[in-house]
Design a protein around this ligand. Sequence first.
Ligand SMILES: C[S@@+](CC[C@H](N)C(=O)[O-])C[C@H]1O[C@@H](n2cnc3c(N)ncnc32)[C@H](O)[C@@H]1O
Length: 353
Amino acid sequence: SSSSNLGAVNPDDLIDPSTGYLNPQAYLSTHPKPPSTSSHAPWTTPPLCHTSASNSSLKFCTYTSAPSFLNGLSLITTPALAGLAIPHLDEHPVLQFFPSDAEAEDFLGTSRPYAVEDIPGKGKGVVATRRIAQYETFMVDQANVVMDNRIEKALTASQSLELLRRGVDGLRDPGRVRGLSGEHAGSKQSKSKMEGEKGEETVDDKDEHVMLTNSFGTEFEGENFRAVFPLVSRVNHACDPNSFVMFSATSLSIALKSYRPILPGEEITISYVYLGTPTPHRASQLKKWGFECDCSLCSRPKKEIEESDERRRRIQEGEMEFQRLWEQERYQAAIAKGKELVKLIGEEGLTPM
Ligand SMILES: C[S@@+](CC[C@H](N)C(=O)[O-])C[C@H]1O[C@@H](n2cnc3c(N)ncnc32)[C@H](O)[C@@H]1O
């Protein structure tokens, strides 16, 4: 909550050169609000807008808040939702996950336990540099680009791309977003056929590719968004991950927490798909990220995969049944179902669930 004389701070000193990530210690000591002198304040660049051809009351704009000491945030959404986001623009990401000052200071006072490195066959990835304890919250990141999902239907592809480009260009360092998934984007693989949501479509724009292969689905004020978090976006997928993500209340900040102890040198991984997803769905969902799943689970013998899928199907059904019993206030039956589920989940090695 304190602010100091920013004029004395060299903005580059606030970025940790090893991760390219904002040095949280420096952020905590400065933490000023975005400048409010321009006619479009609190946005640092004039918003760029497009109106839907099919619904003239539906307008989407790119709103960027990029104060000189942060990479910034570009919100691509309606004026109404951008307005609702204003009070959160300078929310401190660390305080979203460590509500007490003592815990936040503890986190900020400890050096980050990971480094971004080249991982054979996967481009870049994140590797632990010291032991990370089970359930430790060890990484905190802020969204750089947040895009409203309604845009895909409301605007043309070129309008949507123009808003996205403006959003990335407006950031203090657009390269932090454009540099994501560098191994694949711009190469032949980046023009892969994207299946599922986008149909059979060739993606050859770098910004759009980054959005497709690096964003998280989030929700703000009841609307669905895709958000790019530049540091967490370096974390690769595993079917048996050692970490998971948590969102802040507004989804503008994200934290990574470990399911189990992680050893120095071990790659930090998350699951890009819902953890208990059976093999065929998992494989087709992962194609959206432009890679084939070759994790230990996907490469097991056929019979073991079938057994695993059968357990996963029973887990999914059991979860729905549990929910139904709970809503009907049949708590004893729900508890019995819960115990059955915990056993099945353990047998399937999905303890994090
Ligand atoms: C969110 S990014 C992860 C960081 C990325 N490796 C990089 O270099 O910036 C997602 C992309 O990483 C690659 N990737 C992630 N997990 C992978 C895995 N298990 N095997 C192969 N490639 C993977 C894919 O190219 C995917 O589109």
